[in-house]
Design a protein around this ligand. Sequence first.
Ligand code: FA5
Length: 342
Amino acid sequence: MQQKIEELVSRFKKDIEKAADSQAVENIRIAYLGKKGFVTEILQGMKSLSHEARKEVGKSVNILKADIERQIAQRTEKIKEEQLLKKINESERFDVTLPPNFTQGSYHPITIIQREVEDIFLSMGFTIEDYDEIVDDYHCFEALNIPKHHPARDMQDTYYIENGQLLKTHTSAAQNFIMRKYGAPLRAIFPGRCFRNESTDASHENTFFQMEGIMIDKDISISNLIYFMKTMLTEVFKREVNVRLRPGFFPFVEPGFELDINCLICGGEGCPSCKNSGWLELCPCGMIHPKVLEYGGIDSEEYTGFAFGLGLTRLAMMKYGVKDIRDFNSGNLKALSQFTNI
Ligand code: FA5
């Protein structure tokens, strides 16, 4: 019986070494440890042995069983490792004859529309200016005729940071800086990222883009303002779009207007993007308040001007049919890849 066990041990060793995959290992397990397997056969043969011999052989068979189980587990692990290595080697194989497999990137839709609007204003003699995202209270509010404790400050939920600094709530914060830098006459646009501590929905983000524009010269009137707004929108949409102008209050313009666009997502029927009103606030504007000109070092007796604050992210929503403004900051590459060919 002992000899039979020894033969089984050496046969098992050879079989398990040859096993190339997990199915082969399983077949070996059944052949040796299964109900009709070799080890069970030995156990059944023990019935004819004496009590003493049965004790001896029983011990050896238990050791044999444990050894077979251990080797089966080891072989299974080894096969897994080998398969993993094979996979890694195959994926890393570098074939110089294959064409390169690059995925084409794209500009972010806000960048695309910003550049488009910039080109339109550049062609009309405006310069493009840049301004900080962290600004002080004076530029964001006071120089815009919004003194401390003025109720108009509640119109924008501000993120205050250290030393009286704050995150720019609107691009109007650069008006004073640009006026002081260039004086009058002046035509400039200044795009920028704005931050407001407000709850988000389909048309409100806490981080969004605006593009400010100012034009200051002798005899600038509301007709100039309407002309530039109309030209810009017709150029962006390559057709006339429905807009409406209604009175709006901003302490830095007088008179002030709200310019709304007929919602292009629902065609004016009403949807979540326009809060079911059929209109979306897009580009408030107005004639620059004389006090703001004076703060900017410009003689308000001699010069007048208009200013507008275009909601660039909302413009991108309308232009590209994006129903929810939050998609722009989502980092969803699948959605952004649609802009590859624009
Ligand atoms: C302003 O920010 C004024 N500074 C605009 C202005 C400039 C008026 C010059 C007059 C003269 P308002 O808060 O309405 O205004 O924002 C202007 C535009 O920015 C809105 O019409 C809208 O298109 C966009 N906007 C405002 N808040 C958000 C927001 N939370 N998410 C996305 N877009 C927004």
